[in-house]
Design a protein around this ligand. Structure first.
Ligand SMILES: NC(=O)c1ccc[n+]([C@@H]2O[C@H](COP(=O)([O-])OP(=O)(O)OC[C@H]3O[C@@H](n4cnc5c(N)ncnc54)[C@H](O)[C@@H]3O)[C@@H](O)[C@H]2O)c1
Length: 256
């Protein structure tokens, strides 16, 4: 299939996890992709594996100069149509134990990095005639959880920025949407500390879909938003969370 034929994309945090799954899927659908990440070895290996339609760039999303370089590299492939703002970190600590440094570190990468990404692609996408910006928020940008004051704040902010940008940029043919994954089996989602089976038993038993998600399942939602099939969707929230946000099965109730 060629659902992304003639599309050029930048995927931040594309060296592993959800970003890498997104890159693989986009390339399989005909896109040319620039991976921007601070993980050099993983990013270069993925780009080598996927061939000439992929370039890896060492990129810190908090640096304007790195954004300029990523856009310049993307435009070697052609006009820039798609940006996936996926790079992020998580910091887990009680609110009272979250230091200024912790909070600002998470803010700079997740929130500020997404902001300068959106700002940086406006002129290139206007020049391309259209564009799709996909901001990766989280289930924690729809509700929150204990221990996630910094992370959850940034994921709510990404949702707000998405709506602002959708309103300002729709007139130029640029769509801006947010994606809200639930738990995914990636490094951030715990894959370095627990097996999938253990996670399913310990954390996911009461979920409507009672298992952790795979990054490929969320990448399919991102893919849809990147294609012209999503031509009338902007400023919207796309949830792929196994039903987490809907509610839990309560063992004390019938049908659980
Ligand atoms: N894993 C989950 O359970 C989960 C749930 C909800 C939302 N999300 C969101 O999905 C997205 C992808 O998460 P993941 O699970 O694949 O995490 P991950 O940690 O596997 O991947 C994140 C990537 O971002 C990169 N990155 C970090 N800081 C960067 C910087 N300053 N500049 C450039 N790249 C940087 C990392 O090197 C890494 O490759 C994130 O936005 C995350 O918040 C994840």
């Amino acid at each position: 299939m060629n659902r992304l034929e003639n599309k050029v994309a930048i995927v931040t945090g594309g060296a592993r996890g959800l970003g890498a799954s997104t890159v693989r899927l986009m390339v399989a659908e005909g896109a040319k992709v620039v991976i921007g990440d601070i993980l050099g070895a993983e990013g270069e290996a993925l780009a080598r594996e996927l061939g000439d339609d992929v370039a890896f760039l060492h990129m810190d999303v908090t640096e304007q100069a790195d954004w300029n370089a990523a856009i310049e590299r993307a435009q070697v492939f052609g006009p820039l149509n798609v940006l996936v703002n996926n790079a992020a970190i998580v910091h887990m600590a009680a609110l009272t134990e979250t230091t200024d440094e912790d909070y600002l570190r998470v803010f700079r990468i997740n929130q500020f990095g997404t902001f300068i990404g959106v700002r940086s692609v406006v002129e290139p996408m206007k020049a391309a005639g259209s564009g799709s910006i996909i901001n990766i928020s989280s289930i924690d940008g729809l509700h929150s959880a204990a221990g996630l004051s910094a992370y959850s704040s940034t994921k709510w902010a990404i949702r707000g920025l998405t709506k602002n940008a959708a309103i300002e940029l729709g007139q130029y043919g640029i769509r801006v949407n947010s994606v809200h994954p639930g738990g995914m089996y990636t490094a951030m989602g715990g894959s370095q500390h627990a097996s999938e089976e253990d996670l399913n038993k310990s954390t996911y038993t009461r979920f409507p879909i009672p298992r952790v998600g795979q990054p490929e399942e969320v990448a399919q939602v991102i893919l849809f938003l990147a294609t012209d099939e999503a031509s009338y969707s902007t400023g919207a929230e796309f949830v792929a969370d196994g039903g987490w946000f809907t509610g839990m099965r309560n063992p004390a109730m019938p049908c659980s």
